[in-house]
Write a protein that binds this ligand. Structure first.
Ligand SMILES: Cc1cc2nc3c(=O)[nH]c(=O)nc-3n(C[C@H](O)[C@H](O)[C@H](O)COP(=O)(O)OP(=O)(O)OC[C@H]3O[C@@H](n4cnc5c(N)ncnc54)[C@H](O)[C@@H]3O)c2cc1C
Length: 671
């Protein structure tokens, strides 16, 4: 039973003889209240999934010899996998999650940024890139937050529901990833969706009835309309970018439910938390995938839980869904990775020499496109963190606190550097935020981004003034980074080389995007609000003349921001792809019984925010796994007699192309 009720002790109900009638009548209301609460909790589809408890884990190990599937990581992908693989009651599933439960605070959409740096965040930092990126941040390091909680990064995220461009998926398929074209993946986006905006569900691109609730925020500031109107004035459509076309401006759709965050855990785990064949182990950190060194078959997981080390067997498969930073770390700790790197770190034995941790992609941009307006229209902390807002939120699920991370507008445009500008394949996305770094007097943004004192001093005069920011994000970065082991100890954080601007073409795109934003701010809707760019020069860029390309470049290098879409570190690709770690069915090459199903598997990051694509990926992966194991019960039993052999139904793929790289990439040598 969930943690909510572990501390509620029901009054003893039994023979009441002997109890004084007055005591009985005093106890009865309490008992009734407790029973009602308990019933409500048991039936509440949104009650969180509880921890299975040591006893159940021990029993499963002793009586059943483990689980059919062990899913590592209860984030966006892991929550979907746990739900789908335990459907029908045929297989037993253990979901291991390093973090604990969501909180009341993480439910509040406008509070998204405040969760970063807290105990629900792994708190990663990218390595410094002197002279190249993140120069105005403390220690010159970009912060890379990541969810450490059931629901994973979908609990920390800004809830924007974006699918990417159809060409992304057609590109995946064209690269040899059969079955991942847009036509094949659209049904999986629709499968999970429960869209609550009727004007959207009337189209073939949205659906109702899935686990994941999607809707526009029920409340908005006047700036939201100004942003969309500005786009229309510049000749763009106001459109649903998750529909037929992407280029244009829109009010965001969010993973929101009645004004609250709808995390992957709330969507996919809460409603199925009573399934007897699904156990969730919280605060359980996987430290190694157990792999037979002779046969290379993955047969279980080692994990730490409440100070004890456990080993649990997986009868069918181990599925890694620990995200694009932790999944490659875990693979490498288990002997699956670039041979040169594992040798360097003393990881033995080497199980498979694969380019794990390479091909790291992120969407990134700048936070420095900041404007003031002369009217009381934006999300200024003192105006909206009020009793009135709180009551509106709790009583009616509306008001300023329901705006997802303060983001009120999204847009996709093609810069002059886009491959084919007329082709509806934009190369930049804008996040329009109805606030500026001073809106909260530096309480969250300054900390979240880790602005250094000089940069913060530049923005401090904006404290509690009205304004907005537009964050341009490069959609198909050419730069690549890498995730490496800090050491062979699972306790040491992985080392992250973001690789920002290691390909100069990314800067060209961002400079053009920044110039577009200035033009956008000069349109009528923004002029009527007296929108003005914050003209104080960025510290470190005073030597450049403002509004020149050289200034914009310097500014972007100083105030670089991640949009948190780390991906590609266990790349999907056909056997002949030298960069591939998993095949198009997400099976790790050469390691039977092991798959990776999370953002690590993206061969190329989609042209949008990544939560919905990860959920789609996990939906399809669940079907692939089910397909692979369908009708195998008898065959499996027969195979089990062969000790150590892979019991699976299909032949596990091996790579045909050369495997890992020969040494550290240029991005690590030249930060
Ligand atoms: C601050 C922030 C804002 C974002 N905003 C948006 C947005 O608005 N829209 C959008 O589409 N995307 C957004 N994203 C990105 C999106 O949320 C992620 O791409 C997506 O959630 C990744 O899903 P995943 O399953 O790959 O990893 P995650 O959701 O991160 O899940 C990984 C899970 O594995 C667990 N784990 C890791 N290691 C271990 C281990 N060793 N043992 C056990 N468990 C482990 C983690 O604790 C975590 O719960 C944002 C991300 C962040 C961090």
């Amino acid at each position: 039973m969930s943690s909510y009720f572990t501390s509620v002790t029901l009054p003893a109900v039994g023979p009441l003889s002997g109890a004084a009638p007055s005591a009985v009548s005093a106890l009865l209301p309490v008992a009734l209240l407790a029973a009602t609460l308990l019933l409500r909790h048991l039936r509440d589809p949104e009650a969180p999934p509880g921890d299975a408890g040591d006893r159940r884990l021990l029993l499963s190990r002793r009586r059943r010899g483990g689980y059919d599937f062990i899913v590592v990581g209860g984030g966006s992908a892991g929550a979907v996998l746990a739900n789908r693989l335990s459907e029908g009651g045929r297989w037993t599933v253990l979901l291991l999650e390093a973090g604990g439960q969501e909180t009341a605070m993480s439910d509040v959409p406008a509070a998204a940024a405040y969760l970063q740096g807290g105990e629900m965040d792994w708190g990663f930092r990218a390595e410094p890139q002197p002279g190249r990126a993140c120069l105005g941040l403390r220690e010159g390091r970009c912060r890379w937050p990541r969810g450490k909680v059931i629901g994973g990064s979908s609990v920390l995220n800004y809830m924007l529901y974006v699918r990417g461009n159809r060409r992304d998926y057609d590109g995946w398929e064209a690269d040899g990833n059969k079955g991942w074209g847009y036509r094949r993946v659209l049904p999986y986006f629709l499968k999970s969706e429960d869209n609550r905006n009727p004007y959207l569900t009337d189209t073939k691109y949205h659906s109702r009835g899935g686990y994941l609730t999607v809707q526009e925020a029920p409340w908005r500031t006047p700036l939201a309309a100004a942003f969309v109107e500005a786009g229309v004035e510049m000749g763009f459509e106001n459109r649903d970018a998750n529909g037929e076309n992407q280029t244009g401006f829109m009010i965001p759709q969010g993973t929101l439910r009645r004004g609250n965050r709808c995390s992957a855990a709330k969507a996919f785990l809460s409603p199925v938390r009573h399934r007897r064949n699904l156990h969730v182990a919280l605060e359980s950190v996987a430290t190694k995938v157990l792999i037979d060194p002779q046969t290379r078959v993955a047969y279980g997981v080692r994990f730490r839980r409440k100070g004890r080390t456990w080993a649990m067997r997986a009868r069918k498969e181990v599925v890694l869904a620990a995200g694009a930073i932790n999944s490659p770390q875990l693979l490498m700790l288990s002997g699956v990775g670039p041979a040169w790197h594992l040798e360097e770190k003393g990881v033995a034995p080497l199980v498979a020499d694969l380019p794990v941790g390479e091909n790291l992609m992120d969407h990134y941009g700048t936070g420095a496109m900041v404007f003031t307006v002369q009217q009381p229209v934006s999300l200024v902390q003192t105006r909206y963190e009020t009793l009135d807002s709180v009551l509106r939120y709790f009583l009616f699920g509306t008001g300023a606190l329901t705006v997802p991370g303060g983001v009120e507008g999204l847009a996709w445009i093609s810069t002059k550097h886009a491959e084919n500008p007329g082709d509806d394949y934009p190369d930049v996305e804008f996040h329009f935020i109805s606030g500026n770094p001073g809106s909260d007097a530096g309480r969250s943004l300054r900390e979240v981004l880790g602005l250094n004192d000089d940069v913060w001093r530049m923005y401090r005069p904006m404290t509690h003034t009205d304004g907005f920011s537009v964050i341009p994000m490069i959609l198909r970065p050419k730069s690549r980074g890498a995730v490496r082991l800090g050491s062979k100890s699972p306790r040491q954080a992985p080392v992250i080389y973001a690789g920002y601007f290691t390909d100069g073409r990314d800067m060209d795109v961002l400079v053009d995007a920044v110039k577009f934003i200035v033009r956008l701010s000069e349109t009528k809707p923004f002029r009527s609000l007296d929108a003005t760019y914050w003209e104080t020069p960025m510290p470190g860029c005073e030597h450049e003349q403002m509004h020149t390309d050289a200034y914009w470049e310097c500014m972007i290098r100083h105030y670089t921001v991640t949009i948190y879409h780390y991906s590609g570190t266990a790349k999907m690709g056909p056997p002949g792809d030298p960069g591939a770690v998993v095949d198009p069915r997400l099976r790790v090459y050469g390691v039977p019984g092991l798959r990776v199903v999370d953002a690590s598997a993206f061969p190329r990051v989609p042209s949008g925010n990544t939560n919905a694509p990860v959920i789609m990926l996990a939906e399809r992966a669940s079907d692939l796994i089910k397909e692979d194991w369908a009708g195998t019960r008898r065959r499996t039993r027969r195979r089990r007699r062969k000790k150590g052999a892979y019991e699976g139904p299909t032949k596990w793929p091996e790579k045909t192309a050369g495997s890992s790289s020969r040494g550290p990439s240029d991005n690590e040598r030249r930060p």
